[in-house]
Design a binder for this molecule. Structure first.
Ligand code: PLP
Length: 365
């Protein structure tokens, strides 16, 4: 098989830096001359203990996480975190506010409703694609927390600001936008992110939590989802996804070597700007259904020929022939979606745009 990199626009698990994969390959059979693979080693070994510490340090440095926040490495994916957030935080008042801007925040709200009272701060739109102005949100001052998804991976809707909550702890799902821009962590109670988009393989979820929010889980909360317990056990309560954590650590070092979050933010503006610009230039042949003020830099959904499904199928087939993979939109929304996470380069996006222009010339009616 070919070892040449494909152009991977997948939404997740997604493209990781080639250099990280090569590094992992190099040390796969014998980690640091131990004669053992990292995946064969105890999570209590000195090697893994160092990785566990290093990954936390890297998250802290890159996001400038203040000292009064813990960094946890958990399992159960983003969906596990939907439940964990509620089980750990909703106890204070029994209620929580949710801003539903797309597929993933809708799922999170549904999950939380198993554990308490969920208030939607604005009515659910039939078709996501906009974020109602913050001044119109109907918040419950008694809410234990306010929840939103920073970037809706399926729908291509991203917040360009951090919502103000009048002192109520703010929780954000940053699974598909973490480490793509600087954020002021002090504005949040909890940030969580499944690693499998911007920072690593699936299997690990990074949770950043303000310490004063620990200590109040529901009785029903399983230990593996109990933030307080996991914090106390320094994320080795039970066997973590050691390999995923190890690769994540390497991706974070790669981000640091490559200019940190300022550079990731700059590149993601350039990459997404190029693609949205190409749609404008296409005069409607390619169209994006999302309001301009909340278009995602990370996941760019678009339609071809006004949503001509046959043409979209052909688009995907021709793209595959050019080794441009995983461009199919999520099954719930259809169309095309190009995900532009940190490891996707500006050159990759230029090739995609070039293909789009050629495709339009051949197929526009
Ligand atoms: N949140 C967001 C923003 C996502 O994109 C996804 C994933 O695909 C999830 C949550 C769910 O993550 P997981 O599949 O790890 O449960």
């Amino acid at each position: 098989g070919s070892t040449q990199s494909a152009l991977n626009f997948g939404a997740g698990p997604a493209k990781l830096p080639r250099e990280v994969l090569e590094d992992v390959q190099k040390e796969f059979l014998s980690y640091q001359d131990t004669g053992m693979s990292l995946i064969e080693m105890s999570h209590r070994s000195k090697e893994y203990t160092k990785i566990n510490a290093d990954v936390q340090t890297a998250v802290r440095e890159l996001l400038q996480v203040p000292d009064n926040y813990k960094i946890l490495l958990m399992q159960g994916g983003g969906c596990g975190a939907f439940a964990a957030v509620a089980m750990n935080l909703i106890n204070r008042t029994g209620a929580a506010d949710y801003a539903v801007t797309g597929t993933w925040s809708a799922k999170a709200a549904k999950e939380a409703a198993k554990y308490g009272e969920v208030n939607l701060v604005f009515p659910k739109a039939d078709k996501p694609g906009s974020i109602p102005d913050r001044s119109t949100w109907k918040m419950n001052p008694q809410a234990s927390y306010v929840y939103y998804c920073d970037n809706e991976t399926v729908d291509g809707v991203e917040f360009s600001y951090i919502p103000e909550t009048n002192g109520v702890p703010l929780v954000s799902d940053m699974s598909s936008s973490i480490m793509s821009k600087k954020i002021d962590v002090s504005k949040f109670g909890v940030i969580f992110a499944g690693a499998q988009k911007n920072i690593g393989p699936s299997g690990v979820v990074v949770v950043i939590i303000r310490e004063d929010l620990l200590g109040n889980p529901m009785k029903c909360c399983p230990s593996v989802f109990d933030f307080t317990h996991i914090a106390k056990e320094n994320s080795v309560h039970n066997t973590p996804a050691t390999f995923s954590v190890y690769v994540t650590e390497k991706v974070l070092q790669w981000i640091k070597r490559n200019g940190g979050l300022d550079e990731m933010a700059k590149q993601s503006q350039e990459k997404s700007g190029l693609l949205y610009g190409a749609m404008v230039a296409s005069g409607g042949f390619y169209s994006c259904p999302i309001d301009e003020d909340c278009r995602s830099r990370m996941n760019v959904p678009f339609r071809v020929g006004g949503g001509d499904e046959k043409l979209e199928e052909l688009f995907l087939q021709e793209a595959e022939k050019l080794r441009m993979h995983q461009l199919k939109g999520h099954r719930s929304v259809g169309g095309i979606r190009a995900s532009l996470y940190n490891a996707v380069t500006l050159a990759d996006v230029r090739l995609l745009v070039q293909f789009m222009e050629e495709f339009q010339k051949r197929h526009a009616k």
